[in-house]
Design a binder for this molecule. Sequence first.
Ligand code: MG
Ligand code: ZN
Length: 182
Amino acid sequence: MKLVILDRDGVINFDSDQFIKNPREWNPIPGSLEAIAQLNQAGFRVVVATNQSGVGRGLFDMSTLNAIHAKMHKLAVLAGGRIDAVFLCPHAADSRCACRKPKAGLFIDIAARFHIDLSNVYAIGDALRDVQAAMAAGARPLLVKTGKGMRTIEGGQLPVEVPVYENLAQAALAIISEANPA
Ligand SMILES: [Mg+2]
Ligand SMILES: [Zn+2]
């Protein structure tokens, strides 16, 4: 089985420092849903691993988050793609949970659910904590410049071996062409 793990905010949809608090605020980055469809067509299942501390902070509740994800799933389907599952950490940033990235908990849950070794699984994120979580779980991190990506690069802490792509569309193309060499 081939799997790709995506961060949500700043990778699939436009991020906001004010949090994505309702479905109206969830808007896809152009090309991201089509990229998911292309990954699917190349045989990859796509799952999301996302920190949503707005739940723990009381900014929105789980039913609102479910409505946001219903919009995401619907728009992915309209683009010809499918997101198999959303793994999320709802805890506040100061909680000591095992799932909030940069911890590896969400990735470990994904590995268990799909019975997959993460060593050949790409994880695409825009923040350093996405990269750190992927590395802690033994997955293969990729960074995109969308969302917090440029800030992550400018922060100077990104490990040099982590490949960087303009956006999810470019990262997906690279993954697909590596999986299907010409
Ligand atoms: Mg993000
Ligand atoms: Zn958590």
